[in-house]
Design a protein around this ligand. Structure first.
Ligand code: SF4
Length: 151
């Protein structure tokens, strides 16, 4: 079984109330090969919500308590992101996920690049909080762009 970012499967879980739907991921869910999940919603954040970025590091640093997740207007939402990552791991274990396919560049789901915390669209290398947390607990994480390019 695969855990997949809910927005990739058409759920309107994005910060702006929209989605990143792709028929490949919708089919995965339809065919019972994947379970959709949004860590930011599960962590307790509303939708729509103010966009957030990791400031001072990547998802691993957030887990270590050495970086924060801040909204564009400066609110510290780190605890919501960590809670969402913990819930993602709970689900991954429940469904015995062999991997998670996660939305590129998200501060939760990004697996290879995330925004650099300045809210100017610049990317840096690193994982989001949920991707880092799942990875640290032995779940293989796959960036959604990489997955689609590899098809
Ligand atoms: Fe999609 Fe992940 Fe953002 Fe939720 S947290 S909207 S699943 S990229």
């Amino acid at each position: 079984m695969i855990l997949v970012s809910a927005c990739l499967a058409g759920f309107n879980t994005k910060y702006d109330g929209k989605n990143n739907s792709h028929e490949i991921f919708e089919d995965m869910v339809r065919n019972k090969k994947a379970v959709p999940f949004c860590p930011e919603q599960a962590g307790g954040l509303p939708t729509p919500r103010i966009p957030a970025e990791i400031v001072g590091g990547d998802g691993f640093k957030v887990i270590e308590g050495k970086a924060k997740v801040l909204t564009k207007d400066g609110l510290d939402v780190t605890e919501y992101f960590i809670r969402g990552a913990e819930e993602a791991l709970k689900l991954a274990k429940l469904i015995k996920a062999e991997a998670a396919i996660l939305k590129s560049r998200s501060p939760s789901c990004g697996c290879r690049f995330i925004y650099d915390g300045k809210f100017d669209g610049t990317l840096k290398k690193g994982m989001g909080v949920t991707a880092a947390y799942l990875s640290a607990h032995g779940i293989k994480v796959i960036d959604s762009d990489d997955y689609l390019q590899g098809l």
